[in-house]
Design a protein around this ligand. Sequence first.
Ligand SMILES: Cc1cc2nc3c(=O)[nH]c(=O)nc-3n(C[C@H](O)[C@H](O)[C@H](O)COP(=O)(O)OP(=O)(O)OC[C@H]3O[C@@H](n4cnc5c(N)ncnc54)[C@H](O)[C@@H]3O)c2cc1C
Length: 202
Amino acid sequence: MFDALIIGGGAAGLSCALVLGSAKDKAYAKNKHIGIIAHQKTSHLQTALFNNVLGLEPGTTGASILESGKNQLATLYPHVKQINREKVLEISNSDGHFSIRTNKNTYQSKIVVIAVGYTNLISIKGLEAYIEPHPRAAADKERIWLKNTDHLVSENLYVAGALAGWRSQFAITSGSGAHVATDILTLWNDGKHAKVHDKIEV
Ligand SMILES: Cc1cc2nc3c(=O)[nH]c(=O)nc-3n(C[C@H](O)[C@H](O)[C@H](O)COP(=O)(O)OP(=O)(O)OC[C@H]3O[C@@H](n4cnc5c(N)ncnc54)[C@H](O)[C@@H]3O)c2cc1C
């Protein structure tokens, strides 16, 4: 049983996983079982080229971030389980937890974060009730969002990234993933606001 399982290994999903993983030494996050279904085939990062993102070297490719993001997660926060080459087909909720069925396995999790991008080709069963036209994208592109309030779709079900209704810019979508992570950490911290900052030792 995962405490939190992130679905999607693009900008939002990897950012969410990094922030959740970085809380490993906090008492409230100790022993939390965190995972990410790091499917990346359909990430918008596959073809993106970044010149306008603070902190990224101009000319950085999205494809390199897909690779380096997974490596960063594995190196710094190896307790976050990365599930590769699996695509989620269905999410259902019963007995107070979610079942996440992929093309290969079924996982259980108390909290789920959906970060699969905003294409209307989404084919995950169980999310139909929340799908609406995207509020911040050109209508002719037929983008979608999962209706949410501050990223929360329903109890313990979060959405992050472009699918949360944000415009598709790297800093916004990765920030959305980080935002959801701090909401989950706050929940684990009994509602006391949580964030994770590393600092230089002087
Ligand atoms: C060509 C291009 C150029 C861009 N250039 C810029 C730029 O210059 N500056 C800028 O700021 N932004 C740019 N962007 C936007 C930026 O790449 C996106 O905002 C960002 O990637 C969106 O992040 P996301 O996590 O919401 O979705 P994505 O990065 O698309 O990630 C979604 C993830 O979910 C996975 N997934 C989908 N379905 C499933 C499923 N059923 N099961 C499991 N996983 C699934 C996908 O494989 C993918 O890894 C560009 C985008 C494109 C396409």
